[in-house]
Design a protein around this ligand. Structure first.
Ligand SMILES: Cc1cc2nc3c(=O)[nH]c(=O)nc-3n(C[C@H](O)[C@H](O)[C@H](O)COP(=O)(O)OP(=O)(O)OC[C@H]3O[C@@H](n4cnc5c(N)ncnc54)[C@H](O)[C@@H]3O)c2cc1C
Length: 446
């Protein structure tokens, strides 16, 4: 034990994410006035730091398994204002990013799939138990290629789908155009087990239905943590002393002295239009809502949402800092609008209402943190752009591992290698920038 934990046992947190009120998923929800913050000092059995998908799954699972325990979740912003509420809302079963020809890649694809399915199942249970169906569309997702040269990636993806026995269907030509309401894509695979969510609404639903023995304290940024027989957490408003901790702060685990130098951030930006009016909906054939992931890894991720807005995310950058300024966002908004106009040329008057940025935590070997670095500390994070299902699954399974609850999914999670060490700066900065530019260059019309 005590691996990947800062040697001094103490870490000062210097980077904290702050909400900039820009994210369309958050801003279109009713305002909240039920925020509880830490006031003074507090003692509890378990503290969970971070109220994203991972932190909330860990808290829910702890409450399932230890109904008598006093569990406190600490969140620096409001729950869902971090990446958890800023993402594109694909709760994925599997994705072509995991495609590879050799046996190792195939076994990694299986591991990812099993973890994702554990997360999807745990979320689906909550959606059904708490009546959160309005946040959830369980009809799968599309992987599409606009250019025939990228269709080969989909064919490779099909091999994995067949091997893992994952239900899918091809859509091409007129049938695909009609389903989407746009004559843009050449070919697509529809995988049917994934869900499309309104991520901020789903997080809010989970928060409103936290088990009785879980207390959520928001707008309570942690400034310092000290590991030992007890975990001591210094926040701006007071101190929390806990017997045990789950640190679920995603790409900021390093700030908590955990897995330092093993994860970096990529910054993504997205925009959302106003809802289409009735005439516009019928002009495109009134399709059902859908979500497209690109056949090219740097292509656009797009949603046609259940309230008939278009969400476009087509940038990924190596960016200093955790947020972008209004003028940086304005430059990305132009790229989003251009990509929307290219696909919906029949809707020239459609305008964007919201543009936001968010970070994803990436490691060199695309692995995630799934660890118990000290006897009373669990750490989970670093899910690339797939943390809705993967983060939920891994957080739940990590609590299962602690509690000694075996499952086939837990055995798969235990196969994950820790995130590999990143090169030192400035080598990292140069390498990461070049890599992102190189990948983007091949995306073409995707
Ligand atoms: C634009 C965009 C699109 C994406 N699209 C998808 C997608 O379609 N599907 C998908 O699965 N994933 C997607 N992702 C990735 C996904 O959002 C993340 O993988 C997921 O949110 C990770 O969940 P988490 O709970 O680990 O972390 P987070 O959601 O980042 O939660 C961590 C929490 O810890 C809190 N925290 C950090 N430091 C402190 C501190 N000092 N004190 C207190 N609290 C602290 C943060 O405020 C945050 O709320 C996308 C991400 C972005 C940015």
């Amino acid at each position: 034990m005590y691996r990947h934990l800062v040697k001094s046992g103490r870490a000062k947190v210097s980077k904290v994410a702050l909400n900039d009120n820009s994210c369309g998923w958050v801003e279109t929800l009713p305002k909240r006035n039920d925020i509880r913050r830490l006031q003074g000092d507090l003692r509890c059995e378990w503290v969970v730091i971070g109220a994203g998908f991972a932190g909330l799954a860990a808290a829910r699972r702890l409450a399932d398994l230890y109904p008598q325990a006093d569990i406190v979740v600490i969140e620096g912003q409001r729950a869902g204002e971090g990446s958890a509420g800023r993402n594109s809302g694909f709760a994925v079963d599997t994705s072509p990013g995991r495609v590879g020809d050799d046996e190792t890649m195939k076994s990694k694809a299986l591991t990812s799939y099993v973890i994702n399915m554990a997360g999807l199942e745990y979320l689906r249970e909550a959606v059904e138990a708490y009546g959160l169906q309005h946040t959830w569309d369980g009809n799968g997702k599309f992987h599409c290629a606009a250019e025939p040269r990228h269709a080969g990636n989909l064919e490779k993806f099909e091999e994995i789908l067949q091997q893992l026995d994952i239900p899918y269907e091809w859509l091409e030509g007129e049938r695909l155009n009609r389903r989407l309401g746009i004559p843009y894509y050449h070919k697509g695979i529809w995988t049917k087990q994934a869900a499309l969510v309104q991520p901020a609404a789903l997080i809010r639903g989970l928060v409103l239905h936290l088990p009785e023995n879980v207390r959520l304290l928001e707008e309570t940024p942690v400034e310092e943590i000290e590991y030992g027989d007890q975990v001591r957490i210094q926040c701006r408003q007071g101190r929390v002393t806990a017997d045990k901790a789950v640190v679920a702060t995603n790409g900021l685990l390093g700030e908590f002295g955990l897995f330092r130098g093993r994860m970096m951030h990529l910054t993504l930006t997205a925009s959302m239009t106003r809802p289409l009016n009735t005439a516009e909906r019928y002009r495109i054939g009134d399709p059902d809502p859908w979500g497209i992931l690109s056949a090219h890894r740097m292509g656009a991720t797009i949603r046609y949402t259940s309230d008939r807005r278009i969400m476009m995310r087509n940038t990924a950058e190596y960016w200093p800092g955790l947020a972008m300024s209004e003028s940086d966002l304005a430059a990305r908004r132009k790229l989003h609008l251009k990509a929307i106009r290219a696909r919906w040329h029949m809707l020239p008057e459609l305008e964007i209402e919201h543009t936001w940025s968010g970070v994803v935590a990436v490691s060199r070997n695309f692995s995630s943190v799934f660890a118990q670095p000290a006897p009373n500390v669990l750490a989970v994070g670093g899910f690339n752009a797939g943390g809705i299902a993967r983060g939920t699954g891994l957080a739940k399974l990590l609590v299962d591992q602690y509690a000694g609850v075996p499952s086939a999914a837990l055995s798969e999670a235990q196969k994950l290698a820790p995130p590999a060490i990143l090169p030192p700066r400035p080598l990292l900065d140069i390498g990461a920038r070049l890599n992102v530019m190189r990948m983007r260059a091949g995306a073409g019309r995707e």
